[in-house]
Design a protein around this ligand. Structure first.
Ligand code: NAD
Length: 366
């Protein structure tokens, strides 16, 4: 294992500075010449339990970009698990490389050895660019893996559970904004109908919502329009749709300087991570505009709840029951935001931090 500051990127003091300002515990740089592995594992916080978060494989433009990504993502996992009441900390890993060209059994098994060297402080899973097959190679070298296929004793595809959480969060936000959690007749625009979006659309249609969808892939759209009556718009037109609820289920940062004044919705609730391009800026504008934003890391926590069930040995009923609680937690956060006149993301962050602090005090005997 080599721990080093990389050329053309951040200096060691800059990296330590970022770790300090974001509150990270540990960062591990992994390098293996033969397999071509270059990876970074970031352990943000382990107060509530072992850090859990997926591994992302991406062609980062620079090492600096990879470091920033892994630090930001691992911190996000701490908040997601904390607010969901899980006994998990936050961690994440990135493998620097092209997911279409640079994969091999050796690379993932070598990565698995690095994960194993942390002795359970970090548990990995799938993220962007990583398939069940890749993760099963990792699992050959370490037990500290979650999100394996059901056939391999894992909890399988988390998307249906994630979609259920988004649906419950949306209903919680509706209860807060409209006084009723019924989505019947509500106009919902779903951006991205991949794994999570497609399950979400099905639930919305069943409840009688008027759903508009968009996706960059025609086959994903057709898979839904062949079953349900839906309006379809081009990806660039989704922000102009007449809607009550905007459900971003594709990419992050879609609530940004360009889109925020176009959106005519009263609620934002979707699966995508990091929906606000800049939390402080766009969270505040949403508050001022009276748009109810159900924080992404709360409503999309079904996936991590599913992984936690696998690690803790709980069954899928437990995952669904826990995920349903997102309905009440969403309302609690929205009320806190209203009472304290603070953006909803901040109310959610504070709730997560309060739980971590309470458990830290418990461990210290206070
Ligand atoms: P996915 O890749 O299966 O689906 C994303 C869909 O968005 C794809 O169909 C893609 O074609 C579409 N898309 C991409 N760019 C688009 C654009 N500009 N406009 C419209 N559509 C676009 O991913 P997923 O598993 O469904 O996850 C969706 C989002 O939720 C991601 O941001 C993911 O990080 C987040 N998330 C997923 C889970 C999970 O359990 N899968 C859990 C937590 C968070």
């Amino acid at each position: 294992m080599i721990e080093t500051a990389t050329q053309n990127s951040e200096s060691l003091s800059e990296i330590l500075g970022m770790m300090k300002s974001m509150g990270h515990e540990q960062i591990v740089f992994c390098q293996d010449e033969r397999s071509g592995l270059r990876a970074i594992i970031a352990v943000h916080n382990t107060i509530l339990g072992p850090s859990l978060g997926g591994t992302r494989m991406w062609s980062y433009k620079s090492e600096a970009e990879a470091i920033k990504d892994v630090l930001r993502l691992s911190r996000g996992m701490t908040y997601k698990s904390a607010i969901s009441g899980l006994n998990l900390g936050g961690g994440k890993a990135v493998i620097i490389g092209d997911a279409r060209k640079d994969k091999s059994e050796a690379l993932f098994r070598r990565f698995g050895k690095f994960v194993d060297s942390l002795g359970g402080k970090y548990i990995t899973a799938e993220d962007v660019g990583i398939s069940p097959r890749d993760i099963s190679y990792v699992a050959m070298e370490t037990d500290h893996v979650a999100g394996l296929p059901i056939a391999q004793g894992g909890s399988g595809d988390p998307s249906p559970v994630t979609a259920q959480g988004v649906y419950m969060g949306m209903k919680g936000a509706a209860k807060f904004a409209y006084g009723s959690d019924s989505l019947a007749g509500k106009k919902v625009a779903v951006q991205g109908v991949g794994h999570v979006g497609a399950y979400l659309v099905e639930k919305l249609v069943k409840e009688g919502a008027k759903v508009t969808i968009t996706d960059i892939h025609e086959d994903s759209i057709q898979a839904l329009t062949s079953k349900f009556s839906l309006d379809v718009v081009k990806p660039e037109n989704i922000y102009d749709v007449d809607m009550d609820i905007y459900a971003p289920c594709a990419l992050g940062a879609t609530v940004n300087d360009e889109t925020i004044h176009k959106l005519k919705c009263s609620i934002i609730a979707g699966a995508a991570n990091n929906q606000l391009a800049q939390e402080e800026v766009h969270g505040k504008i949403l508050l001022e505009k009276g748009i109810v934003y159900a924080p992404d890391f709360l409503v999309n926590a079904g996936g991590i709840i599913n992984c936690y069930a696998e690690v803790a040995g709980f069954d899928s009923d437990w995952s669904m029951d826990e995920t349903e609680k997102i309905y009440l937690t969403t309302q609690e956060i929205l009320k806190k935001s209203r009472d304290e006149n603070i953006p909803t993301y901040l109310a959610a962050n504070r709730m997560a931090e309060a739980r971590i602090e309470a458990v830290r005090n418990l461990a210290a005997g206070f």
